[in-house]
Design a binder for this molecule. Structure first.
Ligand code: BV8
Length: 239
């Protein structure tokens, strides 16, 4: 492992599953209660803003009752301690998740490529503001006063955030680790191929094989709260 300096980690809903936050595609996952087209596209928001705002208000409230789990904590520990183990080494955490559990666990070099529940985005002045309350009653934007706030979430058909930063970090990666994602959504699901193109090693930590499993050099299956801390301990102890 000593040849590894820069680590890129991609997480999905599976890393927050054991914190009690629904995943999208497991049985009983969120999408099964709603069709994606009805709640997670700009067209859905234009067609039925109340349905979409209720969907996000419910989830924004739900995450505020949840706690980070041992997987989130282990990833924050890796970011903090890796430079001591490998001087100049970096850990970049890219998450598809819109909860704030990585943030609360202490991860700092963190990219929310699909947005965040705890932000609102004003479609009048384009400001993004921290937001914990419901949006259903169309509150006024704190920056411009217009009642034009929407969830700061990347919907299907919208461009994920900070792709330049993500591809920049990917070019420098020696190890790419995918955790708790089904590999169903692009461009996130394509990052493993970009990692292979730059010669990085690839590792999948997931409950079961994902749609992209064939692209990984190695896979370890099991719950994130067991598999992720064990892997971090191995990386930090030089195993
Ligand atoms: C874009 C915010 C272009 C919403 C989300 C046809 C082919 C290929 C691509 C496309 C296509 N048609 C359309 C596209 C593009 C589309 C796409 O990929 N569609 C898919 C469905 C085919 N992508 C987009 O639209 C993206 N934008 O392409 O823009 C563009 C270009 C230029 C200019 C403008 C635009 C935007 C995609 C972002 C959509 N937004 N999230 C919200 O959260 O409400 S995606 C949504 O799915 C979440 O972010 C989620 O993270 C993501 C992926 O799901 P996962 O995280 O993987 O969760 P899932 O439930 O699927 O899997 C959980 C995994 O965890 C499972 O494997 C399970 O086994 C595991 N697990 C469960 N428990 C545990 C566990 N693992 C460990 N421990 C456990 N305890």
């Amino acid at each position: 492992m000593t040849s590894i300096r820069n680590i890129m980690i991609l997480t999905g809903a599976g890393v927050s599953a054991e914190s009690g936050i629904d995943t999208f595609r497991d049985s009983g996952g969120l999408w099964e209660k709603h069709r994606v087209e009805d709640v997670a596209t700009p067209e859905a928001f234009a067609r039925d803003p109340e349905l979409v705002l209720r969907f996000y208000d419910m989830r924004r409230a739900a995450i505020q009752t949840k706690q980070p789990n041992a997987a989130h904590a282990a990833l924050a520990r890796l970011e903090a301690e890796w430079p001591e183990r490998v001087p100049g080494g970096t850990v970049t955490l890219v998450t598809q998740n819109v909860d704030d559990l990585h943030d609360r666990a202490g991860s700092r070099n963190l990219i929310h490529m699909h947005g965040e529940h705890l932000n609102a985005w004003c479609t009048a002045c384009d400001e993004r503001v921290p937001w914990r309350a419901p949006l259903l009653d169309r509150p006024a934007c704190p920056a411009c006063g217009v009642p034009a706030l929407r969830p700061d979430i990347v919907w299907f058909g919208e461009m994920p955030y900070r792709m330049e930063d993500i591809y920049g970090a990917l070019r420098e990666a020696d190890l790419f680790v995918s955790i708790g994602t089904s590999g169903a959504v692009y461009p996130a699901a394509g990052l493993v191929r970009g990692a292979r193109d730059v010669g990085a090693r690839t590792l999948e930590l997931n409950l079961e094989p994902s749609q992209g499993s064939a692209w990984f050099d190695e896979a370890r299956h099991g719950p994130a709260t067991q598999v992720v801390p064990a892997w971090v301990e191995e990386m930090l102890s030089g195993g």
